[in-house]
Design a protein around this ligand. Sequence first.
Ligand code: CA
Length: 439
Amino acid sequence: MTITINETHNPELTSWVESANLPFADFPVQNLPFAIFRREDSNEAFRAGVAIGDQVLDLAALKKTEVFSGLAQSALEACNAPELNAFMAMGKEAWSELRLALSKALRSNSPFQAQLSDCLITQRDVEYSLPCQIGDYTDFYTSIYHATSVGRLFRPDNPLLPNYKWIPIGYHGRSSSINISGSDFNRPQGQLKMPDAEIPVLAPCQRLDYEMELGIYIGKGNASGQPIALDQAEEHIFGMCLFNDWSARDIQGWEYQPLGPFLSKSFASTVSPWIITTEALAPFKTPWQRDVSDPQPLAYLESTQNRNSGSYDVQLEVQLETEKMRHENQPASHLSLSSFRHSYWTAAQMVAHHTVNGCNLKPGDMFGSGTQSGPSAEEAGSLLELSHGGKQKIELDNGETRTFLEDGDSVIMRGWCQKEGATRIGFGEVSATVLPSSE
Ligand code: CA
């Protein structure tokens, strides 16, 4: 089964929340993403909210109004918690029912405008926590452009390993260090071995980088021993967010063989607060293609549905704001723009492959898509690629240069979907600042 277009996607719909109708609003009534929030600097309980324009609709307050009934009201009850896991576990029917009810109640001329108006809080006045308990985090590596250019830096003679075109490659990451947008962190230290040195040293990372990724949240899980078939995979994906997988390239270069990344990745990763649901993304699904000269997928990773609409055209942009820009009130500098549609594997193929051995996924588990570099150089999703392994300085708009991140640098990522005949929807943003090493 695939997610289909329905009345909630109708581009004619407008909301009585006027800020939702502005042309470049991230959160029009066609979006309706979920987050966990509370009023800033308050002792309130964190609870679920839905974004509409520049407001948050407080779902705990909405539940009390009892304007919804049936499955939509049950879904609201599951949302009245400091994490979304119970709601995510309810599955697609409940997600859809609540989305339809919210869409109707937030549309222009809704009979519930008065009751819902009392449940709105300005986004400027709230703070967010992680949207769910992320039990397990798996980081994939689905951009062949990223895999090839990074592979070339680490292994000039053998950039792309032969399994890449057969397996959605991934490794098990660390969920404890995934933080919400705005969580600044100290530059990590680790073992570094300079190319001409005989032995490594323990020192602060000198090649700190970001990775522009999408986060993919699992909704309904699967029982151990029961793989999820490719064409059922999307029913298990609750939604997507922006994901910055900070990476210490010098630690990575020394530690990554033979078992993969470890301390070079586990010190911090950052997610955006809003989860854009799979249903909201339905209008932006696109065909998935595999070059005819490449190996075609094994049967469990192959289907007509996946070919017809397995990819998602999500635009991803990275900006860098240095400490100097902040002090001098200069705008952040654009670094790159790419799209998830370039991914070598689809989100559904990631789910099917992850579970083919019987591995059980749980509600709230998260996948990183892997750095989403596109085919051209300016679409690279990391500084490692943009600076050619640190050899070429990147010039910023204010004249400063970078090869890797310096203390005080903030990395800001934004995402959005737009196409003819659909309402543009946005992901909001994810940002965090590098603080000096605590050593
Ligand atoms: Ca990564």
